[in-house]
Design a protein around this ligand. Sequence first.
Ligand SMILES: C[S@@+](CC[C@H](N)C(=O)[O-])C[C@H]1O[C@@H](n2cnc3c(N)ncnc32)[C@H](O)[C@@H]1O
Length: 281
Amino acid sequence: MTMHRFLRQLLLAWFLVVMTSINVFAQAPPESKEFEPVVGQEGKDVVWVPTPQALADKMLNLAKVTPQDYVIDLGSGDGRIVITAAKRGARAHGIEYNPDMVELSKRLAAKEGVAEKATFAKADLFESDFSMATVITMFLLPEINLRLRPAILNLKPGTRIASNSFNMGDWIADQTVEVTRAEGCDSYCTAYLWIVPAKVEGRWKLPQGELVLKQTYQMISGDLNAGAGRISISDGRLSGDQISFKIGNSQYTGRVTGGAMGGTFTSDKGTANWSANRVSN
Ligand SMILES: C[S@@+](CC[C@H](N)C(=O)[O-])C[C@H]1O[C@@H](n2cnc3c(N)ncnc32)[C@H](O)[C@@H]1O
């Protein structure tokens, strides 16, 4: 073999090695596997267990979600409650600590055609502002519900809170509903609803005297101190900003707006208007 031929073959061999290695590196990387959540996987404060769809529907029914609502799910998992609310026309937002779950939720929302109405944030629910919500949904734990309770009670009166399976301690739910196996729910099948009550505890001036109210969440008790003496009120209750109570045989209903409240009362003599102004807390 001449030197010239030897050099040509060496060059060809080098060329083949280079081309092969380029080809190897130029191949598409192995397809990255999409994240798949596993029931029971770790979460920051609560593991992930999805709300059964039948219960998610029931929670949104209980909260009477309409397109006017802004629904926030605290710990939104795979986004199913947010997506379900968005499909009803509401704006809905999920707060979720696990970034993979957030990305999964975004993909699912896009697939369902509600990416504009269903938004998600990777955040800690304890460091998030949810005061804009008209409806809060959650599937957390009893002790977490209790940690959230003071902030929830400070939300705008009338905000609806729907919880899967876990209650709020001594703040008794306004409504509790079970979804049966026949309706498509095998576990975690209880939905609770609370309506954030207006704050009315304190002294109020009525034309006929002073009304002194005590409040335990949505329940109210108290006395009317009138010229003729003191009469206890009964059946006192709040539903958001709607108030109702009885003084003797008179049934009072009305609306609370900050330092004023009023409405109508019905007695043996018929129906008339009433109003009261706050004197002190
Ligand atoms: C029981 S799952 C409920 C998921 C979803 N809300 C549902 O009902 O299908 C609770 C979710 O809360 C999330 N989570 C736990 N601690 C959190 C925190 N501090 N901030 C935000 N999300 C949290 C978990 O990652 C999990 O996805």
